[in-house]
Design a protein around this ligand. Structure first.
Ligand code: OGA
Ligand code: MN
Length: 293
């Protein structure tokens, strides 16, 4: 089958046809997807009836699977998915929606804020692959913003001001924004801030992008309130409608995004309904700032 990609917005995102991600792929098919990711930054595949094993096998075409530890407050006993998958659902191990005030649900609400996956890790993620196993009828869209287009649209003065800035990212910052502040000593140690450049360059295309995320809470060398006010300005700029694609899920959609070039968030939905979304993540291959791993 021939692979075709139709661009979705005037700026980015592509809808792919001619690929069955549940089956082993040829080297050419993998190269076509990678080239599509470099160009469109977000790719949508419909009708992909993935199991957890098939999703992990498909993901390994693009690199190493990122492991979950360090990314959540859920204990090993509470986990619904294997350690090399990330649970973006609203469910417990018995496949029931979490109670409204469940601490895990409070933590997951951080996905409502614009972010880049694993920007709180010293080695931030390359791709995320999200499989819509059970989707909701209303809301629960995933929105994406193109951080290359957002960077390009900055004026030259701002580009010069931010070129060498370094931010600190932590899950404590993104959760703190929502007022989720009851974090244990062990969690605090796990969520120790890491450093990320604010402007990064794509290793293949050479395009610059804004590396923003709700996890960013400080700029090195800046007073905290000034840093937060500026990061807020930049996120507001970067998520204007012309830079955004809102994905309305159909069951068995698979969406892949490049965390180095985009931010994303989930929109509100009725959380008494089952929304079973399963993510695999391709680990990054380079830090944006030299630091201890
Ligand atoms: C994620 C995420 C959004 C969603 O899995 O990284 O942010 O729509 N998910 O569930
Ligand atoms: Mn995410």
């Amino acid at each position: 089958m021939t692979i075709t990609i139709r661009q979705i917005t005037p700026v980015f995102a592509g809808e792919v046809s001619g690929i069955d991600t549940t089956q082993p792929l040829s080297g050419e098919a993998v190269a076509a997807i990678e080239a599509g990711m470099d160009r469109y930054a977000v790719l949508v595949f419909h009708g992909q009836h993935l199991t957890d094993d098939a999703q992990r096998a498909f993901t390994r075409n693009f690199g190493t699977l990122e492991a979950s530890p360090g990314g959540h407050i859920a204990t090993a006993a509470e986990r619904r998915l294997p350690l090399d998958m990330q649970d973006a659902s609203n469910l417990d191990r018995d496949q029931r929606p979490l109670a409204r005030d469940d601490r895990r649900r409070m933590f997951n609400l951080g996905n409502r804020l614009w972010h880049s996956d694993s920007s709180y890790r010293a080695l931030p993620a390359k791709y995320s692959l999200l499989s819509g196993r059970i989707v909701v009828e209303r809301g629960g869209h995933t929105e994406f913003a193109d951080m290359r287009a957002a960077y390009d649209a900055l004026d030259d003065g701002v580009k010069a001001d931010i070129e060498d800035l370094v931010c600190e990212h932590s899950l404590m910052f993104s959760r703190g924004v929502l007022g989720f502040t009851e974090i244990s000593e062990a969690e605090r140690a796990m969520f120790r801030p890491v450093r990320q450049r604010l402007v990064r360059t794509h290793p293949v295309t050479g395009r610059k992008s804004l590396f923003l995320s709700a996890h960013a809470g400080t700029i090195v060398g800046w007073p905290v309130p000034e840093a937060r006010a500026f990061l807020r300005d930049l996120i507001e700029h970067a998520t204007q409608p012309q830079f955004v694609y809102s994905h309305k899920w159909r069951q068995w959609d698979l969406v892949i995004w490049d965390n180095r070039q985009t931010m994303h968030r989930v929109t509100r939905f009725d959380e008494t309904q089952v929304r079973d979304m399963r993510r695999t993540t391709v680990a990054g291959d380079a830090m944006t700032v030299a630091q201890a791993a």
